[in-house]
Design a protein around this ligand. Sequence first.
Ligand SMILES: *[C@@H]1O[C@H](CO)[C@@H](O)[C@H](O)[C@H]1NC(C)=O
Length: 156
Amino acid sequence: MSSLSDMLTIILLAPHISSAIFWETAKLWMKGSKVIVLDIPLLFETKMDRWTHPVIVVWVDPQTQIERLMSRDGCSEEQAHNRINAQLALDWKKSEADIVINNSGSLDDTKEQFQEVLRKVSEPLTWKERLRSRDGLFSVVLCTAVGVLLAQKNFL
Ligand SMILES: *[C@@H]1O[C@H](CO)[C@@H](O)[C@H](O)[C@H]1NC(C)=O
């Protein structure tokens, strides 16, 4: 039962979540933020991974995941299993990630890994990375379009 209602929640909320996140991101981008961190637990389920790069998965081993869920929400082991089964397997998400943070250790350990990742993604992009990014592709398309327009103008 709980997995079905979790699924329904995901389906019903997804459009609202994504438009809120979209506007928030657009605002930050206009303010000139170079790195915007979106914390989206259902990133893959809502297919928002198409718009984000790099994708960072915070991974935890299955046993620790169950134990933490039980102690946080005070649910039974079975309920914890059901909740986890309603989401895509964390190991699959890990395989889709660009960067993995191992959250199986202490909180300090996880924070340290996060700082390291933040340092890495804050570094300026190389030319190749810039070309491969969505932004880069957009500016290349824009340059080409402007180039074509200018060329046509010169012809006329
Ligand atoms: C994740 O971290 C735990 C605790 O530090 C460690 O025991 C485990 O080997 C790590 N697992 C992976 C896949 O890195």
